[in-house]
Design a protein around this ligand. Structure first.
Ligand code: ZN
Length: 502
């Protein structure tokens, strides 16, 4: 404290001397005369300036010497670390300067300079947890993966930097496509920092792509617990994971446990369509049509979907078209103006051979929302009402080039999926599939083979890959899920339509 005060006073004094000296120089006309004992020196203006600089330098050296001497005196007085502390202070100062330079270099994108400065800082500071961070970042920026990995491994040894090290290596493994190692590292990193949002997301995505549903549910639970994820989003995603878990258990053949899991998934998120379908199937296996009806109705209220209608039909596969129409009121009384409800009702009436009612149910859908399905239904109504071949064919021709209507589309990359999946098959995003009309360019022109069941008389011809049961053939619309993208195009069905006798 005193020493600092002394330095400040000395500095002020030096400034005063300098100011005095400058004034003096002016007065004496650019020359200085110094008398030392009996000798006299006459200096010019430049020489005077040089002497002054030397004088300042001498004072600075003197100060350094004094502080060193103080350290020596302390040492002699028994303070053993006084001298080493004196040098440490110097080293520390140089070290932090180098560290600051390294950070600057890193921020300005000079990787090599940053690495050099980090190495210099390490020499003085011996703080690997700081300097290694700069080196690792710089090596990553320079594309020197090997060096970056080495540094990350060094970071693992310190408790404080272990997370950074694990995260660094994890990202490298992810980039290299080694998902298995990356997942193990992500688990470790997440255990260290459960509040770290990015790590949680990576771990969850990895677990989902590896079909580790129970692990993913645990991660999700931890994320919700720490507040990294809103509760409602967490619940929905938990339902998605629970559903996948249930599907896996079904595949393993443990149907009792799978039923419980499917019902649980449905309870977590009643509007998740595949969850409602699976839950309804589970209730039916338990011989509980009332509950099956209830879950499907609830999901239909949230979003009408052909899969829900198909599952609803499967509750009583043997009923007559009339009975079916009556039973389906549970569904069709909700979301009355929804295209899906209107098309479902039209199909039910067609199956019941009540074509005017079908036309009434369909309304102007074939004009306002012309999709393959609404146009095919229109064609069936025309045919049923005894319309001529030209009218029917006109409808079908339009159907061939019409939009396929809503499909399972990834919100992130717009990839179309034939069936709902929790992880996008294209971009790997989790729970991004929505039932919607794909954006322009995503729609594909499809074969008309799947439109035939409604046009030819019953029993319906069986589709090659998904032979429909009798009930399905009656009620199931020729909706998107029947379509096989590889099927041949319209050329295949046109001659058949023409060849069909009136
Ligand atoms: Zn996607």
């Amino acid at each position: 404290m005193l020493w600092s005060l002394f330095k400040i006073i000395l500095f002020v004094a030096l400034i005063a001397v300098a100011a005095l000296g400058a004034g003096w120089l002016m007065e004496t006309g650019g020359g200085v005369r110094i008398a030392v004992g009996a000798q006299e020196f006459n200096l010019g203006a430049l020489q005077a300036a040089i002497v002054f600089v030397l004088f300042v330098l001498a004072i600075w050296l003197l100060l350094k010497l004094i502080s060193l001497l103080t350290a020596v005196v302390h040492f002699l007085n028994g303070d053993e670390t006084a001298i080493s502390r004196y040098f440490d202070r110097n080293r520390e100062r140089k070290g932090y300067e180098a560290l600051a330079d390294g950070l600057m270099a890193l921020a300005s994108g000079e990787e090599r300079a940053a690495m050099a400065k980090a190495a210099r800082a390490e020499k003085f500071l011996h703080r690997p947890e700081l300097t290694n961070l700069i080196t690792a970042q710089a090596a990553e920026m320079a594309g020197d993966r090997k060096k970056a990995e080495d540094v990350y491994k060094r970071l693992l040894q310190d408790e404080r930097t272990r997370f950074v090290g694990i995260r660094g290596i994890m990202k490298q493994k992810l980039e290299a496509g080694d998902t298995e190692t990356a997942m193990k590292l992500a688990e470790k990193a997440f255990a260290l920092k459960p509040r770290h949002v990015e790590t949680g997301d990576i771990l969850l995505a990895l677990q989902a792509t590896q079909s580790d549903w129970s692990g993913a549910r645990k991660t999700l639970g931890a994320k919700v617990k720490t507040g990294a994820l809103p509760k409602d989003v967490g619940k929905r995603r938990d339902a998605v994971l629970a559903l996948q878990e249930a599907k896996d258990i079904f595949d393993e053949g443990n149907s009792i446990r799978a039923r419980e899991a499917a019902i649980e998934a449905n309870k977590l998120s009643p509007d998740l369509i595949p969850g409602a379908v699976l839950a309804a199937t589970s209730y039916m296996e338990r011989d509980n049509p009332r509950y099956a009806t209830r879950v499907l109705t609830k999901a239909w209220q949230a979003q009408p979907h052909p899969d829900l209608a198909a599952a609803f039909a499967a509750i009583r596969p043997d009923e007559t078209p009339e009975e079916r129409l009556k039973r389906f009121k549970a569904l069709t009384k909700h979301q009355k103006d929804h295209p899906e409800t209107r098309m479902l009702l039209a199909e039910l009436h067609i199956a019941n051979e009540d074509y005017p009612a079908a036309r009434n149910a369909l309304g102007d859908l074939a004009e306002t929302d012309p999709t393959q399905r609404s146009l095919t239904l229109m064609a069936a109504i025309e045919r049923g009402e005894g319309g001529d071949d030209d009218t029917v064919r006109a409808c079908l021709t339009r159907a061939v080039t019409a939009s396929r209507g809503p499909q399972w589309v990834c919100d992130k990359c717009n990839q179309i999926h034939a069936d709902w999946v929790p992880v996008c098959e294209n971009c790997g995003a989790f729970d991004t599939l929505s039932w919607k009309v794909p954006p322009e360019g995503g729609a594909r022109i499809h074969g008309g083979a799947e439109m035939l069941p409604l046009l030819v008389s019953k029993p319906a011809p069986e589709a090659p890959d998904t032979p429909p049961t009798e009930a399905e053939a009656e009620v199931e619309p020729p909706h998107a899920d029947y379509a096989d993208p590889d099927d041949a195009g319209p050329a295949q069905f046109a001659p058949e339509v023409e060849g069909k006798p009136k």
